[in-house]
Write a protein that binds this ligand. Structure first.
Ligand code: RP5
Length: 194
């Protein structure tokens, strides 16, 4: 039983790059969002991204590469992503998190960065590395950790929804459900008091 199963991702449509090639895990659906991670240790956080993409039925892939440990693999991925049909790249990385910026520098696709809490600095290192890009190469920096991972997926879906009415409807339903949940929680608070 691998980490994918542990995370409840075994039914995800995941294309995982291995040795530079795509390994098709389930039925072949061309991915349009790429979820990139600097290490497999980022998966418990980036699982939040993957779960949201699954919920919205957005075809996606998961790709492991490191700006520092595998710079050529990173470069090759970034340069080929657009021609493979990827529309948005989400990047989770911790520590001196250069991965999102390096990918953004070699691709014209929108890049969303998720800072991971991976060091004694609690993710502040990754947050600043992700957010403080020099002018000219944008990375959309999310908040540190699981909330950022979730929002990265939702931001990618908002981008895709600009040209996808079905995704717009799903976003609307998702947002309405959150509002209703707050009302339900209010009701249960009121019931508990009386
Ligand atoms: C970063 O270094 C990764 O994104 C990860 O968050 C962090 C630690 O990586 P491991 O040492 O756990 O592989 O590049």
């Amino acid at each position: 039983m691998g980490i994918w199963h542990f995370l409840g991702l075994e039914h995800s449509r995941l294309d995982i790059f291995q040795d530079g090639g795509l390994l098709d895990m389930k039925e072949k659906i061309a991915p349009i969002v790429s979820v990139v991670m600097g290490s497999d240790s980022d998966l418990p956080v980036m699982g939040e991204t993957i779960n949201i993409l699954k919920d919205f039925a957005v075809p996606h892939e998961v790709f492991l590469t490191s700006a520092h440990r595998s710079p050529e693999r990173t470069s090759s991925f970034a340069k080929r992503a657009s021609q493979r049909g990827i529309k948005v790249i989400i990047v989770g990385a911790g520590a001196a998190a250069h991965l999102a910026g390096v990918i953004a520098s070699q691709s014209r696709l929108p890049v969303i960065g998720v800072p991971i809490d991976a060091t004694p600095l609690g993710g502040m290192d990754a947050l600043l590395s992700t957010a403080q890009m020099p002018g000219g190469i944008p990375v959309a920096a999310m908040s540190i950790g699981k909330a950022g991972a979730k929002n990265a997926a939702l931001l990618s879906i908002r981008i895709l929804a600009l040209e996808d009415g079905n995704l717009r409807k799903k976003l609307h339903t998702f947002t309405e459900r959150m509002a209703k949940d707050i009302e339900k929680k209010q009701e249960s608070l009121t019931c508990e008091k009386s």
